[in-house]
Design a binder for this molecule. Structure first.
Ligand SMILES: Nc1ncnc2c1ncn2[C@@H]1O[C@H](COP(=O)(O)OP(=O)(O)OP(=O)(O)O)[C@@H](O)[C@H]1O
Length: 573
């Protein structure tokens, strides 16, 4: 499965990778040529004298050079492929993320998206630039070397293989059960540590406020202790076994075993001095290749996991347009049997149907958790309904491409943040051609002009760098942005929650004035804000339980009336 994923990801650079591996194969196979030349050189030096040495000497030097040059070329090709692939993947990922439904990014932290675009793409470097070529070299070079030993003299071949057999037997005997448990237990314990770290770091502020940081730390410490215990139980015996067993592969042991067999073979007239010296040399180089493969294992696993994550995003379903796009005629909204379920969770909106006329002001109210924000996000096109459909100005919303949708519909949702750019650009985000006077005018309307003007470079100050606004002030900037966008529909969720009551009233008035000819849907917890609305939608446990104007709903004597009464009592207390 992973191999198939990697093969698919490599599509744009397959040619280069195949060339890199092919060059490495030639390098590994020809790596025995200089040893063969050395063997001839020694034997001729001992028998024929100096005259016949030139050719084997040239072959020896040229062979060493060619093998090293080919190995370097293979790595050069794989590095070229890596650079090209990283650029292609970053573009492909950015393009895909742009076309995925907005909820894809809403459900992920910016950290995890950055990890994907940056760390995961970087992690592929090890795989593409190194691992594939190094594994071919690490496996093929020793195998060719051993075959060479057998071709020279099968007795010497056996002597060169013996240390590896002894190593494997020693390791199996000493590592015992721990070798069977494998790395799975260690990886699981390590994953538990990572989860505990994320939990601890994510919640550190909350834990500190409640002076409970010791508790979060306790879980992390517990996971670390479990990792230490597992590592000792599994890896401890393996490391000890490896330390002892690897001595069978050490240069003196390998040289001694091959030379002993070689001298015995030479005494019987089966091998020449050149053969036994060269076979001993090759046999000493074989373990190095094996350990290269073993060492690259961890890095390989990390980059394979990154490859799988990248592949999943590249295959994630993009937003599908259902019918030929038409332009919405106005800012009316029709909601038919809409249901919504967060990924992997139960349905939180059930069969919501609403008819909202162009230009209406609509308030979504209801108890906490009743689904107000979810419905606002669905209406704003930030989440796709999992049942039913939403129609904007007579057109099914799913048929309107994202870029065009934003012209008709602007959303100001909870935790709206300012971009790290000038206040002017932040306000003119959805109306890039807006004149400075327009931007300043709308900032004045929502009461944030003086605050911005007082920053070091006024409207050119960079938000979050030159000036840090309070939550309420930032919301007013976002309100100015939404007003300036001038789209037919404006969806506001908690537009004024971070502002003080006086500021809230001012922002509310500004929005009301600015959207006189626009449809305004707003989530509100403060019922007095809803009294002027043309339509109040009362939600309870994901269902619309009442709709109407303030007076009608009071007369209906239902949930709205009860909420209203308790809000009045709360205000009087
Ligand atoms: N990102 C999410 N993933 C999974 N479930 C969620 C998510 N956001 C909200 N929910 C669930 O959906 C339901 C409706 O939540 P929603 O935030 O829409 O209610 P709300 O009426 O806006 O609440 P509040 O007034 O407290 O802000 C709740 O049961 C909530 O637990």
């Amino acid at each position: 499965m992973t191999a198939r994923v990697i093969w698919t990801l490599l599509t744009p650079v397959r040619g280069r990778m195949v060339a890199a591996v092919a060059v490495q194969v030639v390098s590994s196979v020809t790596s025995v040529v200089p040893y063969w030349a050395l063997m001839v050189l020694i034997d001729r030096a001992l028998s024929d004298g100096a005259d016949a040495l030139t050719t084997p000497l040239i072959v020896f030097v040229a062979g060493l050079g060619a093998s090293a040059g080919l190995g370097a070329s293979a790595l050069f090709l794989s590095h070229l492929a890596d650079v090209e692939l990283q650029a292609e993947l970053r573009l492909a990922l950015a393009d895909r993320i742009g076309r995925l439904p907005l909820e894809w990014s809403a459900d992920r932290s910016s950290g995890s998206i950055r990890q994907l675009l940056n760390d995961d793409v970087n992690a592929l470097h090890q795989l593409v630039a190194h691992t594939l070529v190094e594994i071919v070299a690490g496996v093929l070079t020793p195998v060719t070397g051993l075959l060479f030993c057998y071709v020279v003299d099968w007795r010497l071949g056996l002597a060169a293989t013996a240390p590896m057999v002894v190593y494997a037997m020693l390791f199996a005997a000493l590592a015992g059960e721990s070798a069977k448990t494998g790395m799975g237990a260690i990886n699981n314990a390590l994953a538990a540590v990572s989860t505990a770290i994320v939990e601890y770091v994510d919640g550190i502020a909350v834990l500190k406020v409640f002076t409970r940081d010791a508790q979060g730390f306790g879980r992390f410490a517990g996971a670390s202790e479990e990792f230490r215990r597992t590592f000792r139980a599994v890896a401890g015996p393996q490391i000890r076994a490896q330390a002892v067993a690897v001595s069978a592969l050490s240069a003196p042991v390998v040289a001694a075993s091959v030379l002993a067999a070689g001298i015995w073979s030479h005494q019987h007239g089966w091998s020449s001095p050149g053969e036994l010296v060269v076979v001993a040399t090759v046999a000493m180089l074989v373990p190095a290749g094996v350990s290269t493969v073993a060492l690259s294992n961890q890095a390989r696993r990390t980059s394979e996991a990154a490859a799988v994550r990248i592949h999943e995003v590249l295959r994630a379903p993009v937003r599908v347009l259902v019918e030929p796009a038409a332009e919405p005629v106005d800012g009316s909204l029709q909601v038919d049997g809409v249901g919504y379920r967060y990924p992997g969770g139960p349905e939180v909106l059930h069969d919501v149907s609403l008819s909202i006329a162009h230009g209406a002001t609509v308030a979504l109210v209801g108890p906490s958790g009743s689904g107000k924000s979810t419905l606002a996000a669905v209406l704003a096109g930030l989440r796709e309904p999992t049942a039913g459909r939403v129609t904007i100005g007579g057109v099914d919303r799913r048929s309107i491409p994202e870029t065009r949708l934003r012209r008709h519909l602007t959303a100001m949702v909870q935790n709206s943040t300012l971009l790290r750019s000038s206040f002017h650009d932040n306000i003119a985000l959805a109306a890039p051609g807006a004149a400075r006077a327009e931007v300043e005018g709308v900032a004045r309307e929502v009461g944030v002009f003086d605050r911005i003007a007082a920053t070091p470079s006024g409207f050119d100050s960079i938000a979050g760098v030159d000036a840090h606004l309070s939550g309420g002030e930032a919301q007013r900037v976002v309100a100015a942005r939404s007003i300036l966008a001038g789209s037919a529909i404006l969806v506001l969720d908690e537009a004024t929650s971070a502002a003080d009551p006086e500021a809230e009233h001012r922002v509310q008035l500004a929005i009301d004035r600015a959207v006189a000819d626009q449809t305004l849907v707003m989530v509100t917890h403060r019922l007095p804000t809803a009294t002027e609305a043309d339509l109040i939608v009362v939600l309870d446990r994901g269902r619309v339980v009442e709709t109407g104007r303030h007076e009608d709903l009071l007369a209906a004597d239902g949930l709205y009336r009860r909420m209203w009464s308790s809000s009045i009592e709360g205000a009087q207390r």
